[in-house]
Design a protein around this ligand. Structure first.
Ligand code: NAP
Length: 321
């Protein structure tokens, strides 16, 4: 089969299409034919060699995909050949025609959800769910700011938060992104590239501020976030690409919390909760992943350039084998 292989860490050009041996499922493993693979920013950090947990070289990137079960190994009980599934994590990487997974990394894909949408679930929806409920402790009736709502994690957070009964404010910077944020369920939409948009947020909340912020670019926004939190407010740091100065005093009278998040730190129990909730949302129709771009697998390098553009994300980038 063909797969993208990284033989040395470096720029997007190190992503090369190679022929690799076919895979066979072992005990407790599921072999999945990949119809679409999700591209996440973290895969660019790993590819560059800058990420703390480096894979052994050579490796195939990717953890998310939608596809069909080809074969199952001994002891697998939940799947059989032909099942439509999405993958959240794999043993061999998902930028490929096939991937080998542990049974627990595979989830049934409800009928109306396409393979491309299945590829948009694992990291973005898992992160949004963890940010809202496991780290952010979101409750119905609270007010949420999704700071960077037009990308993969942001659109997932909008859908999850609307279904859970929060009042949702989302930000983006382009006309397309602002429309997407409105279409995906934000009650109010703000432009994070304009002066004074957080003053507008304070007016929208009648001076009270928001209970919860999901922050996609903390190095730019964390200091300001602390000034627009309500009492007992929480900021969940999901994305950050540098350092930032904050005034600790802004946390004191509010008794505010800054809470970090890493999806990979979810416990087995939290992972099971996350995917039970996601499958239920897909089945009920409250969750419907938005695909931004479809790119052939052989052009994975271009996908890595696109996913790191500073602005203009309109949903998820997926690779098609
Ligand atoms: P994405 O699809 O590329 O989306 C990026 C988002 O950031 C867009 O909505 C973009 O909005 C927004 N943005 C750009 N400038 C901004 C600003 N000044 N203020 C607020 N938002 C801004 O990326 P993603 O997959 O959603 O991931 C978002 C971030 O979370 C990335 O840094 C990623 O590495 C990180 N992440 C972390 C974890 C974890 O485990 N901690 C998991 C998943 C993702 P416009 O394009 O409209 O400007």
């Amino acid at each position: 089969m063909e797969a993208i292989r990284v033989h040395e860490f470096g720029g997007p050009e190190v992503l090369k299409l190679d022929g690799v041996p076919d895979l066979q499922p072992g005990e407790g493993q599921v072999l999945v034919r990949i119809r679409a693979a999700g591209v996440n920013p973290v895969e660019t950090y790993i590819r560059s060699g800058a990420y703390a947990n480096k894979p052994n070289l050579p490796y195939t990137p990717g953890s998310d995909a939608g596809g069909e079960v080809v074969a199952v190994g001994p002891g697998v009980t939940r799947f059989q050949a032909g099942d439509r599934v999405y993958i959240s994590g794999s043993l061999t990487g998902t930028y490929a025609e096939q991937a080998l997974c542990k049974e627990a990394q595979v989830h049934h894909l409800p009928g109306p959800i396409s393979f491309e949408q299945g590829a948009a679930l694992g990291v973005p929806y898992g992160t949004a769910y963890r940010g809202l409920f496991q780290r952010g402790l979101a409750k119905a009736g609270e007010t949420l700011l999704v700071h960077g709502a037009s990308g993969g994690v942001g659109t997932a957070a909008l859908q999850l938060a609307r279904a859970a009964g929060l009042v949702v404010i989302g930000t983006a910077s382009t006309d397309g992104g602002l429309k997407l944020v409105r279409d995906e369920g934000a009650h109010h939409v703000l432009n994070h590239s304009t002066e004074g948009y957080l003053d507008e947020l304070m007016q929208l909340t009648e001076g009270r501020g928001v209970d919860l912020i999901l922050e996609m670019l903390a190095n730019k926004n964390l200091g300001k976030d602390l000034t627009v939190l309500a009492k007992k407010g929480r900021v969940v740091v999901i994305g950050s690409r540098g350092t930032v100065e904050i005034n600790p005093r802004d946390t004191m009278s509010r008794e505010a919390d800054i809470r970090g998040l890493t999806l990979m730190s979810a416990s087995e129990q939290e992972y099971l909760q996350m995917h039970a909730a996601l499958v239920a949302g897909l089945e009920s129709g409250t969750l419907c992943p938005v695909i931004g771009q479809e790119i052939p697998l052989a052009e994975a390098a271009r996908a890595h350039v696109e996913v790191m553009k500073p602005s203009g994300a309109h949903g998820k980038i997926v690779l098609l084998p």
